[in-house]
Ligand binder design. Structure first.
Ligand code: 5GP
Length: 184
């Protein structure tokens, strides 16, 4: 991997995907990795949100050494395939904290941005809108309590996602700063 690596992490329902989607539109030098998962596709979720695979397919790719990192998150596998980013592009990974910690160990220069929700209430609302049932929403909120202290300790930058515009502006600033530092 020749470019920079930006890891965007944060609990479910924090708005990571929306923010990352906007970043990709605004910065043509960024390349977004598409993860593999064994989770079922949610109703209305884009076909290419993930590479949706079976457990057997996922485990075969683990055995083949095909993942940069992978984890088991609330009963499903999620993993980043070894990136095939075009030369000169900076890589963006949108992953949970266990994967972020694996990336930091392998690539200490990776820039980890941890995104926090403005409040649990807003986070709950965002999770509900996605169509998950109440049990799954509660599970993800409990998981968030676990993930946040770990993510904050690991992160190079912590952003509270108050408004999408401000969060994107902050992220673009972080990306520009990392590029400047890398070019010195
Ligand atoms: P969701 O089921 O809501 O799409 O994702 C659950 C969590 O897994 C989110 O925090 C998401 O960022 C994370 N995730 C998505 N892809 C990967 C991946 O490739 N590796 C890891 N470690 N986490 C991932």
């Amino acid at each position: 991997m020749s470019g920079l690596v930006f890891v965007v992490s944060g609990p479910g329902g924090v708005g990571k995907s929306t923010v990352v989607g906007e970043l990709m539109k605004r910065d043509a030098e960024l390349w977004l990795s598409r993860s593999w998962t064994t989770r079922e596709r949610r109703p209305g979720e884009a076909d290419d949100a993930y590479n949706f695979v079976t457990r057997a397919e996922f485990e075969a790719n683990i055995d083949a050494g095909g993942f940069l990192e992978w984890t088991n998150f609330l009963g499903n596998y999620y993993g980043t395939p070894i990136p095939a980013a075009p030369a000169g592009k900076d890589i963006v990974l949108e992953i949970e904290v266990d994967g972020a910690s694996q990336i930091k160990k392998q690539h200490p220069n990776a820039v980890l941005i941890f995104v926090l929700p403005p409040s649990r209430e807003e986070q709950r609302e965002r999770l509900m809108v996605r169509g998950d049932d109440e049990r799954k929403v509660d599970q993800r909120l409990r998981k968030a309590e676990e993930e946040e202290p770990v993510g904050i300790a690991l992160a190079d930058h912590v952003i509270v996602n108050q408004t999408i515009d401000k969060t994107i502006a902050d992220m673009l600033g972080i990306i520009a700063g990392a590029r400047r530092a890398a070019s010195l």
